[in-house]
Design a protein around this ligand. Structure first.
Ligand code: SF4
Ligand code: SF4
Length: 296
């Protein structure tokens, strides 16, 4: 453990504060705060208020940016194009926190021409921090799981290497699909669907638009509140970690002649259809009934 805590600035762009609140749910936050020190944070105790921060724009070890970027959006009377770019040039590591900071996210919908992430604008690497790209780590999610952020902060503090994917997301967290580890995989395999939210049985891909087979994230590996995930609770993944988020019609599956328009990632259509056809021809009683039947 380094002798001095790492100096962290948490700056907000256009945001709903979702990542700020999610981070407070990390049970190991107390231990983490022994190895980092916030120069500025929107709600946690810190050294400088926002007004004090913008007067000097100090150096830091880590800059966390939450929310979407718009050049003329102001914080404490200073435009984001000055605030973000100056703080980013004076730090060692930059974390794009949440889907808005990563790709533009939901706020981009309000003004697609002017709003983006800090490095990416949807899939395109055309955000304001292009020249500082090597410092950027992307943590997409709407919001992020608190453990994803504490994992990255801890790796930085320990001086460990973080392997990144094409969007500069840590592979340790985003190398998996949400589909991995979902308790409904057996239903997916045998094409048994669920039509309703909140059921214990059935896969949510065919009728409810579940994005688990296309979405990179460890939601079924690092569980939310340490107990569950969307798909475990019976609601479809809406793909919030991907640059394409948000899509329209979140809870429906687009089909052509009853065949899902999008194939699970990396699966050729022909192979999928052959397997799906064979799987559907079986009727497995165990999977068609209730897991827990109160009237049995
Ligand atoms: S509910 Fe979603 S994540 Fe789970 S098995 Fe079905 S498609 Fe995959
Ligand atoms: S389950 Fe899907 S929508 Fe929910 S947090 Fe994970 S990636 Fe985002």
């Amino acid at each position: 453990m380094p002798s001095k805590p790492a100096k962290v600035i948490w700056l907000q762009g256009i945001t709903c504060n979702g990542n700020t609140h999610s981070f407070l749910n990390d049970p190991s936050l107390g231990a983490l705060l022994e190895s980092i020190e916030f120069i500025h944070h929107p709600i946690l105790p810190c050294k400088k208020t926002l007004k004090e921060l913008v007067k000097k724009l100090p150096k830091s070890d880590i800059l966390i940016f939450e929310g979407a970027y718009r050049a003329d959006f102001e914080r404490a009377g200073v435009k984001m194009e000055t605030l973000l770019v100056t703080l980013a040039s004076k730090t060692k590591h930059i974390i794009a926190l949440g889907s808005c900071a990563s790709f533009g996210g939901i706020f981009k919908e309000a003004s697609p021409e002017h709003i983006s992430g800090i490095l990416f604008d949807k899939e395109s690497e055309s955000g304001p921090l292009q020249t500082l790209r090597k410092k950027v780590i992307t943590l997409s999610g709407c919001p992020i799981h608190p453990k994803w952020l504490s994992f990255v902060l801890d790796m930085i503090v320990q001086g460990k290497k973080i392997t990144l994917d094409e969007y500069r997301r840590p592979k340790e967290l985003y190398g998996y699909l949400v589909h991995n580890g979902c308790l409904r995989n057996e239903y997916f395999e045998w094409k048994v669907d669920s039509d309703h939210f909140g059921t214990k049985e059935g896969c949510l891909y065919y009728a409810q638009g579940c994005q688990g087979p296309f979405t990179h994230g460890s939601c079924n590996k690092i569980l939310w509140n340490e107990v569950s995930s969307k798909t475990r609770a019976g609601t479809p993944c809406v793909g919030c970690t991907e640059p394409s988020y948000p899509r329209t019609e979140l809870f429906s599956t687009k089909t052509y002649m009853s065949i899902p328009a999008e194939m699970p990632l990396g699966i050729p259509k022909r192979s999928y259809l052959a397997l799906a056809g064979a799987a559907k021809s079986f009727h497995i009683k165990r999977l068609e009934g209730k897991l827990i039947d109160d009237n049995a």
